[in-house]
Design a protein around this ligand. Sequence first.
Ligand SMILES: [Zn+2]
Ligand SMILES: [Zn+2]
Length: 128
Amino acid sequence: MTVMLKMQRFQGYELKCKCGCGLLNYDNLFLMKLEVFRDLLGSRLEVTSGCRCIEYNKAVGGKTSSLHIAEGKTAMAADVAPLDVKPQKVFILAIKAGFFNEVIWYRDRAFVHLGIDPNQKDLFVDVI
Ligand SMILES: [Zn+2]
Ligand SMILES: [Zn+2]
């Protein structure tokens, strides 16, 4: 038996590089996890940073190894700001859900970085 879940999908405009270059190259499994995560959270999520080209990643001060980079590889991270719940709830659920192994709460800017680093076994959690 096949069970199909109807999940609200993120749209391209939400996920593409914010510099205007239009780069959109996400890892499918990452996106699926992000969509299931949003569903579990039960809140709208604004993607404050999705895919990044190398130039834009540099411009916003991202690490050269940033999981947001979608040039030459697929992106495996998104910065999300919840519209209906507090960022703290995103942070806690992201740790509990176990979908992501890079969870960073940027307290002052009210968003949470969610990433999957395939080369990292442990969970990396930080509050900045
Ligand atoms: Zn760009
Ligand atoms: Zn990020």
